[in-house]
Design a protein around this ligand. Structure first.
Ligand code: ZN
Length: 146
């Protein structure tokens, strides 16, 4: 069954419910206050509430959100766009391929293919011997005197 998001006005928060499509548009009861909450459109980045000045998501697991990622501690000072927990996780992973690297790889492969085509053409032209009246290459063997 699909997951739907509901907005609870008293809590000013969004929660998720797993329901059938038929039930999706009926109000869902909030896990915090039991009030009816209306369905809202899916919104990964909006599914936060502000509590104590920090974005949290309900049902509240005591976690926080940083740039759409779940973290257990608030970032203290420093760059507001980075978070120690997220940076630590990044350190364990191979860095994602940057767009520039990707473009470079594509360009390099294209260049390799082009070079290969050129070599192949040169090989063929060595085998081929003569151009006919239409400028088409005629095979050495197929060359007819007329
Ligand atoms: Zn509520």
């Amino acid at each position: 069954m699909p997951v739907y998001e509901y907005y609870c006005e008293p809590c000013d928060g969004i929660f998720e419910l797993v329901r059938t499509m038929r039930e999706a548009d009926e109000p869902g009861s909030c896990p915090l206050c039991d009030e009816d909450a209306q369905r809202v459109m899916p919104s990964t980045f909006n599914a936060f509430i502000m509590r104590g000045g920090f974005p949290r998501k309900i049902p509240d697991k005591g976690t926080y959100w940083h740039m759409g990622k779940e973290v257990s501690q608030l970032s203290r000072g420093g760059d507001p766009y980075t978070h120690p927990e997220i940076e630590a996780k990044k350190g364990n992973q191979t860095p994602p391929v940057s767009k520039q690297d990707f473009v470079d790889t594509v360009d390099k492969r294209r260049e390799e293919r082009r070079a290969k085509r050129e070599r192949r053409r040169a090989e063929l032209e060595n085998k081929w011997h003569w151009k006919d009246k239409r400028g088409e290459l005629v095979k050495r063997k197929g060359f007819r005197k007329s």
